[in-house]
Structures are given as C-alpha cells and as structure tokens.
Design a protein around this ligand. Structure first.
Ligand code: DSN
Length: 414
C-alpha cells in the first residue's frame, strides 16, 4: 500500500510533509493534542475508511461488516476494560458528539442543563450560547471561585437548588484540579437531576488510574479518545445498564449515521496501548511534567489558576503578574519561538475569548516525545523568558534555539 502521496498528489504530499516537519520542529503544549503512535496512524489510515456500518456489531444495516464488527468489538471491549464499565459506545465522532448523544439520551427538548461556564473552564458543548445545545435546552451555569480558581461544591449545590436542572454536567476543559465526582453526583441527586461527567481531557489519566474515575458514580461518562489517552481520533461514552440502550440509540440513529470505522480502529489500537503497563508510567510522567512546568513558572513570577495543577496542564493567568500581556499575544510570541499553545480565558477575565488573559500549557505531547521533569523545566525557562519580554526578538531567538535543541533531543517520529 502506498504511504507516500508524492507520486499521486504533489500538493497534498507537500502539505502533509510540512505538517510532519512542523510537529517535529516545534513543541506542542496544546493540552488536547498528542502524537499518536505508528499503530494508531496505520489503523486510522486503513481500508476501513471505505466501509459503511450503520448499527452495532452483529446488527448492521449493510452486508460486508464481519471484519468491521470485529474491529468495533475490540475497541468496545478494550474500552470496557480500561474504564471498568459495563457498557461502552465507541462510535461518537468526537467528544462534542458524545456530549450531544448523552443529552439526547437523557433529556427531552426544552429540558434544562446546569454546567460550568466557559471562562471558568467549561466546554462549548456544555451549553455555550453559540451552540445548538443552547438552542435545544435551557442552560444555566455555575462558576469556579474567582479568588481560588476552584470549585466550591456548596456554591454549586446552591446553584443547583436555585436552577433545578434536569441534567448536571461535571468534567471540564480547563480546570486543573481534581473533581469530587461523588460530591457532584450527590448534588445532582439532591435536585433529581441526571449527572453527565465529561472526562474528555482526563481520559488517559483515568484509564491509567492516576486520577479518580467517575465511571460507576455519574450516570453517563463521556470522553474523547485522542488527548491524554493518545488513541484514534473521536469520542466514546460509558453508561450504566440503565442508560446503555438510550445512549446507543442517541448515537445511532439519533445523531450520527455510519461510524467512522477507521477511527474506531484507531481507538482499538490506542486502547490496546493504554492497557499495557507502560501507559501508567506515561500518564504519571505527563502529570509530573505539568507539575514541574507549573512549579518553575510560579518560581519565575507567573500566576497559576488555582495555584498549581493535579492534571496534564497548567493555566497561566496574566491579570496580576503581566497585566499588559494578553493570551492572544502570548500564544503568538511563543509560537514564534516554536512553542505551540492556546490562549485561554481565566477566572475573572475581562477580555474577550479571542483575546483572553491567559494561556493553557499541556504536557501530553512533550511527554510522548520523552520529556522528563528536567527537560520540562528547561522549556519553562524559555517560556518565561519569552513572556517576560514579548517584544524582544533576541530573547525569542534564544528561546527558539533552546526549543530546537529539545526537539532534536526528543524527536516525534524517528
Ligand atoms: N478543543 C479541545 C480543547 O482544547 O480543550 C476540546 O474540544
């Protein structure tokens, strides 16, 4: 099978090759990105992109699905082992699709959702005004405490009593601390709401057992499969027996047509890797690197939302320490030095979401490259140098040299 596109499509081959080079020559600190293994890339680039397989293994609407069935069964069984769940659906095309399917399974149109607001660390698909979630459901939000950057569970419970939601969402995109899933479940039960925990960011940490699991606590757990768990691209849903059939119906035919079986194969490949003993070491190192990154940046005078991290990223808040610096500018100058991250709103942010007062710096991808805490601290110094002098070209150039050295020492794909 040809793997090099050059003879058939030079323009596309060039773009892909340039992207491969960009990934090698820069350091990805986007907390939701990672570098998939060769096995995952092969599975995703396989002949399964040709298949249609609406339905579920053994119950398809098309002939010719015997091998597709086997692939989906492998992904599903591996997900069940990883997350210790009775039921997993591995068909959602993304984490957002998984959340929409959870709402579709558990709610009627017009029902109400209570979720963490975006600037506090929530996700668009938890009901931001600009999304279809807000068109179909009544959405209210809770917030983190502006002073601590942490959830105050009493305040969340109070907000739940005030708003009386049908569904409570926990699990977040930019919340660097542990979530007390039991407490969130008790808050949901206290107002007769169902509870969806979205572990899109935490999937790998939960699978490796280094972060508490909401599976078996929340009614439905949604996740994405390509972030900390480094599997094929997409989403998955774990549900109790009670909600399994409703979740399956919501995914197909409720929201999706045929599953993207090549991605399901990528999920199976990545889940297999996550079941190996080495994966726990990878996940622990990812968190250790985030802790080292945060500790070092704190020492260099940067404020971290919540004062630190329990997960795979830190959130820098410039509001006090660097009041003239925006997240937008920080993202741009860091990229100039070969450090790729994303701007992020932070608690109490007065700037718009396209500008922001912070950045989110994640360690899953650099840890896949082999970074340890020392290398991460070296990178932290380069980041601090650039952000302390964002308009200084010479500083940026020096930081770029540090990045080049680290990229060569820790290659992505040999
Ligand atoms: N875009 C992902 C993130 O960066 O958190 C979530 O969809």
């Amino acid at each position: 099978m040809p793997t090099d596109l050059t003879p058939v499509d030079e323009s596309l081959a060039e773009a892909l090759s340039a992207e491969r080079e960009r990934q090698h020559e820069t350091l990805t600190l986007i907390a939701s990105e990672n570098h998939a293994s060769d096995a995952v890339l092969r599975a995703q680039g396989s002949v399964l992109t040709n298949n249609y397989a609406e339905g579920r293994p053994g119950e398809r609407y098309y002939a010719g699905c015997a091998h597709a069935d086997e692939v989906e069964r492998l992904a599903r069984e591996r997900a069940k082992r990883l997350f210790d769940t009775v039921h997993a659906n591995v068909q959602p095309h993304s984490g957002t699709q998984a959340n929409l399917a959870a709402y579709e399974a558990l709610l009627e149109p017009g029902d109400s959702i209570l979720s963490l607001e975006l600037t506090s660390g929530g996700h668009l698909s938890h009901g931001h005004d600009a999304t279809a979630v807000a068109t179909h459901y009544e959405v209210e939000h809770y917030h983190v405490e502006p002073e601590t950057g942490r959830l105050d569970y009493e305040a969340v419970a109070e907000r739940a009593r005030e708003t009386n939601p049908d569904l409570l969402v926990s699990g977040y995109s930019a919340y660097p601390r542990r979530v007390d899933w039991e407490r969130m479940q008790a808050i949901a039960e206290g107002v007769d709401a169902v509870h969806v925990a979205d572990i899109a960011h935490l999937t790998g940490l939960v699978a490796a057992d280094i972060y508490p699991s909401p599976v078996g606590v929340a009614d439905v757990v949604t996740c994405s499969t390509h972030k900390t768990i480094r599997s094929g691209r997409g989403g998955a849903i774990m549900a109790s027996e009670e909600y399994a059939a409703a979740v399956d119906r919501a995914v197909f035919p409720g929201l999706q047509g045929g599953p993207l079986l090549h991605n399901v194969a990528g999920k199976a490949a990545g889940f297999y890797e996550a079941l190996q003993p080495e994966f726990e070491a990878y996940a622990s190192q990812t968190v250790e690197n985030a802790t080292a990154l945060g500790g070092h940046l704190d020492g260099r005078g940067f404020d971290l939302v919540s004062g630190g991290t329990d997960v795979h990223f830190v959130l820098l808040d410039f509001q006090q320490s660097h009041p003239d610096l925006t997240g937008q500018r920080a993202e741009a100058v860091l990229e100039d030095a070969g450090i790729v991250c994303n701007k992020s709103t932070v608690p109490g942010d007065r700037r718009k979401s396209t500008v922001t007062s912070g950045v989110r710096l994640g360690t899953p991808a650099i840890t896949t490259r082999g970074f340890d805490a020392d290398a991460t601290r070296r990178l932290a110094d380069a980041i601090a140098d650039v952000l302390d002098a964002p308009e200084d070209d010479a500083v940026r150039e020096n930081a770029g040299e540090v990045v080049d050295g680290l990229c060569d020492r820790f290659p992505v794909y040999e």
